[in-house]
Each structure stands twice: as structure tokens, then as C-alpha cells.
Ligand binder design. Sequence first.
Ligand SMILES: *Cc1c(COP(=O)(O)O)cnc(C)c1O
Length: 374
Amino acid sequence: MAADSPARSVPFFNYQQAFTMHEEEYVRIFRGVMRRGAFIMQQDLQEFEASVAAYLGVGHGIGVGNATDALEILMAAKGIGPGDEVIFPSHTMVASPGSVVAIGATPVPVDCGPDHLMDPAAIEPAITARTKAILPVHLNGRTCDMDRIQAISNKHGLMIVEDSAQGLGSRYKGRFAGTFGVGGVFSFYPAKILGCMGDGGMIVTDDADLAKLCFSLRDHGRGETTDAERWGRNSRLDNLQAAFLAWQFGHYQGIIDRRRALASLYQERLGDLAEVTLPPAPDSDPDHYDTFQNYEIEAEQRDDLREFLRAEGVGTLIQWGGKAVHQFASLGFQVSLPNTERLFERCLMLPMNITLSDDDVDYVADRVRRFYGR
Ligand SMILES: *Cc1c(COP(=O)(O)O)cnc(C)c1O
């Protein structure tokens, strides 16, 4: 790209464009659902649940209000509660441990590895007599090293509950994120790879009894009749949102392909810079199939780079407002997790979404190079 490439604006995420790029389809779907009066737990939801389950090769998908509820319902259904500990990586959204606290259990944070994901080597030292489950988080569209995590879970008899909020379609050794443990959860928050026009989430599991319990818990504890069989709550995925999601899901592979192409473009344009560490390029590791929910780099002089990019019209983000969970003083964690803390001095997410053009990525990369005088 020429050194005088003209300024442009590349927002981190373009919420309006996520709608306008398919406006006619969404309006058509909206009209269809409204005219049928199909608002709560209708055919669109059932079809969407079935198509996600079929895609992942699991028996059941249970649409819920959001991924945080999904974690709460899933863990409560597995009997996790007061007195139990759940090990989670501190580099995650506060929702992951928040769901543990919401069911009365205790979240135990551990460090991350060079891949920004839960470090399997950090799990065993955190296990106590109270540990009930491991909660790996498949961040940035990359699946954790599940061989090592499963070996630990088998050895100690611990459940695996997967926070795959950022991992729909991501695979490890050919197997989808969310399908390794007793169950997994997905988020359809607008900025997630498969995002709706509000909140949405899903639990997936291969266990028919567990699925039945989750279906009941999300709908006031009701069973197949309208009798309440237990105490439950209301956390149903809106039928309208399910209809929007089902349409997008129909071309989901194209969405993943585009994100992987954008990641390859960043790699091509920035791969030689010593000042930045990029996520592994698509296909660089045969064990991982990454979907690039985010493009999280590590950068020298991160804060100055971020300010430079902002002035050049490029939106970036530091995940979770710049702090890992254990760094929120008010939450009372008394631990030091050196890899995570170092990562949070260096990590930065560059724009990564399907509203980006190749020229947008070229522009962002050009400005990053310029900042480092390259
Ligand atoms: C987005 C996200 C969540 C929460 O999802 P909601 O649907 O907003 O509840 C949980 N964990 C991770 C890792 C996330 O990125």
C-alpha cells in the first residue's frame, strides 16, 4: 500500500451495518414471524436448536436468553452449587465466573498460556477437595488444548463445562468446541460471530436427561405438560431472534471462511513485524481450526499504538475493558497470575468482522506498520 494511503474510518464493530448489510432479509423474517404471532417457543426456535445440534453432531440444543444464563442453567442442572469450586481462566468475560457465583459456587481463577487460553498446566495446582468442575473458555474462536484438559478431568473425576460463547464452529482435532464436556454454551450477542439483534444463547449437550432438565429449567421448571416439576426460571431464546439466527446460520461456513481470510490477510501484512505477536494463522496448526471471533494480538507500546490507531480512524478494543477477572479489585480475588497480567499489558484486538473489506485490513495493517516506522 502506498505510504500516503488516504485516511478511512474502520470502526471496531459496526452494529448498524450488521443489520443494513442484510436489511431486506431481516425485514422479511421480521414480518413473517410477526404475522404468524410466533413469539415464544415456536417452530423457528425448535428448528434453530435442531440445526445447531446437527451441525455440532450433538443430540440437543436448548435456546436460552444469553450465554450467562446458559452456564448457570447447565451447571445448576449438573448439581453444582454451594460448597463447590469451579476452575476458570482469569482471561475471560466476568460472565464465566459470574455464572458460578450466581449458583452459589466458588470460581477459582487460573493463568493463561501463550495462546491466551486457559493453561492446562495451571489447573492441577488449583484443584482442592471441593473442586467440582473445570470451565475452559474457548476464547477468540480458538478451542483450548482439550486433550490435556480432558486428561486432568479424567484423572481427578471433574466435570468439564465449556464456555464456548466465542467458539461456535471452532474445532480441536476435528471436534467442535462445546462438545467435549458434559455440555457447552454459546452466545448470540450481536458482536459474536453468530449474533442476533439483542441477547441470545444456547446450551448444547449429548445427554438426553440433562437436555430435558435444561429445557425445563429455562421455562419455569415446567415439564412436557404445563405442570411445574421443579423450581425453574424464565430464560427462553426469543422465537424472533431464533428466526434471524437460523437464517444467518444457513450460510455460517461462509462467515467463518471470510473471517479466516481476513486473518490470513493480517498475517500477510503484519507477520514480519517483530513488535507484534499475531494469533496463529489459519491452518498453521493441524490440531486447531480457528474461527477468529476476535483478532487478539500482542503489541509493544500497546497503549501508544492504540492511541495512534484511534487518531487514524481505526477502532481497537482491549478485551473486558483491559482487566482480567482477578484484577477487578472489588471481586476480592487475592491471587497473582503473572502470564495473564503480562498479557493484559500487551493485548489488543484489531477490527475483525464480516463488514470489513480487504482494503480496510490493508489500511489497518498499514497504520500499524507506520506506528512502528516500518
Ligand atoms: C460474550 C461472552 C459471554 C457472555 O455471553 P452473553 O450471551 O452476553 O451472556 C460469556 N463468556 C465469554 C467468553 C463471552 O465472550
